[in-house]
Design a protein around this ligand. Structure first.
Ligand code: NAD
Ligand code: MLT
Length: 312
């Protein structure tokens, strides 16, 4: 019997799929410490995680019979891939399952930010009624800068095109041919995006090249009316510099779904009127969670049985 450890909260459908597959058994143990995980990991043939479990060098020290790890989601920045590879453990993800949910959340943040939905709602629920304070802006005809033209970036572009936004896209590694169909102006200069855009959104992984991609210097290039959305990963925008820029109205607003540290110990962004925050909800829809759970279970079980290997 192959044993699969589910170390983060996973849709029951993924767990049921494993338990109904001959020769496989799922064991759910969420919220366990690094010590506990490193001591039990070698008893399992496979592991499924989301973003909470950190697969550090220490956890992977004695992998025992562990053959593969599946990340139910896109970002694998919580997994030490070089160490897993050295130990012969295959790392897979589920790239397509939450694309639309993350793109829709990005649009929800952009719309809420530009129309002051959250502060107006809070005000009205506390007995207020202020129509002047919450005058916003349309998305129509505004310039949207999209950094990263992968799955989510392109899904945002398709949606933003429906709002008649003018889109400027940047991606040094891949320019999908459909970008042209949505009238995307491709630039090889991030500076152009910072200077031109009314809204900026990023859909890129967090890595050495993208950490602090947007810091004080870049924020100061932006229009004072610019609004920025980060539904990708914390740390791509330097949080200290963003806080200062919002506090001093260097830009008009920001919406954050992701943080350097999650949950953030320093809750300062919550106190800024021009900042909208959500607790890493980009992929939090029933549809996406079922999709990524089923795909993670499938790719992991396939790899343990000897193939086909997908999303590694
Ligand atoms: P993807 O791999 O399809 O696309 C990423 C794109 O970024 C690629 O086209 C790549 O060429 C580009 N890229 C890489 N480095 C870049 C750089 N320095 N500058 C510009 N472009 C660069 O991934 P995706 O499915 O679109 O997901 C994007 C990111 O969104 C993921 O890495 C993940 O961290 C994050 N994400 C967040 C949530 C959430 O809940 N908030 C949900 C899903 C994904
Ligand atoms: C991802 O990378 O897929 C997202 O951050 C969503 C998640 O954490 O599951």
């Amino acid at each position: 019997m192959y044993k699969i450890l589910i170390a983060d909260k996973l849709s029951q459908k993924g767990i049921d799929l494993i338990n109904s597959t001959e020769g496989f058994e799922a064991v759910v143990k969420t919220g366990i410490s690094e010590e506990e995980l490193s001591s039990i990991i070698g008893d399992y043939d496979g592991l499924i995680v989301r973003s909470a479990t950190q697969l550090t060098e220490k956890v992977l020290e004695n992998p025992g019979r562990l053959k593969g790890v599946a990340r139910a989601g896109v970002g694998v920045d919580n997994i030490n891939i070089p160490e897993a590879t050295r130990k012969g453990v295959l790392v897979m993800n589920t790239p397509g399952g939450n694309t639309l949910s993350a793109a829709e959340h990005t649009m929800a943040l952009m719309l809420s930010l530009s129309r002051n939905v959250v502060p107006a709602c809070v005000k009205m629920k506390s007995g207020g009624w202020d129509r002047k304070l919450y005058v916003g802006n349309q998305l129509n005809n505004k310039v949207l800068g999209v950094i990263g033209l992968g799955r989510i970036g392109m899904a945002v572009i398709r949606m933003a095109a429906g709002f008649n936004m003018k889109i400027v896209g940047y991606d040094p590694f891949s320019i999908p041919t459909q970008a042209e169909n949505f009238g995307v102006e491709i630039t090889d200069s991030l500076e152009e995006i910072y200077k031109k855009a009314d809204f900026i959104t990023m859909h890129i992984p967090r890595n050495k090249n993208t950490e602090n991609l947007i810091s004080k210097e870049q924020l100061e290039m932006m229009k004072p009316t610019a609004r920025i959305v980060n539904c990708a990963r914390g740390g791509i925008i330097n949080e200290n510099d963003l806080y200062d820029a919002l506090e001093n109205n260097v830009i008009a607003g920001a919406a954050l779904d992701v943080y350097n540290e999650e949950p953030p110990e320093n809750r300062r962004f919550e106190n800024l009127d021009n900042c909208l925050v959500t607790p890493h909800l980009g992929a939090s829809t029933e549809e996406a969670q079922i999709g990524v759970a089923l795909e993670a279970a499938e790719v992991l079980m396939d790899s343990i049985k000897g193939g086909p290997i997908k999303n590694a």
